[in-house]
Ligand binder design. Structure first.
Ligand SMILES: [Zn+2]
Length: 82
């Protein structure tokens, strides 16, 4: 995973990669693959690093809070899903 790898090595660069990836996806109308999609905030588009998010698991729903814009993203969680 490119952005993840880059983020680990160069945290300041990953936002740039996110912008590029989003631009490409918008232009080509290719949907982001799901595993890639969940790495970015749906609302502000920033890279969701473990340090930049708060993750809660409750009643089978995984709630990820983006600490940058404060928005939440929910998805059903099943063990063995990832
Ligand atoms: Zn956000």
């Amino acid at each position: 995973m490119l952005a993840g790898t880059v983020h680990a090595a160069h945290p300041e660069r990953s936002d740039r990669y996110v912008q590029i990836a989003r631009k490409i996806c918008t232009r080509t109308r290719v949907r982001m693959p799901r595993p890639l999609k969940r790495l970015f905030c749906r609302h502000c588009g920033s890279f969701l690093s473990p340090a930049g998010t708060r993750v809660r698991l409750r009643e089978g729903v995984l709630t990820t809070t983006c600490l940058l814009c404060g928005e939440q993203m929910r998805r059903p969680y099943r063990s063995g899903n990832d």
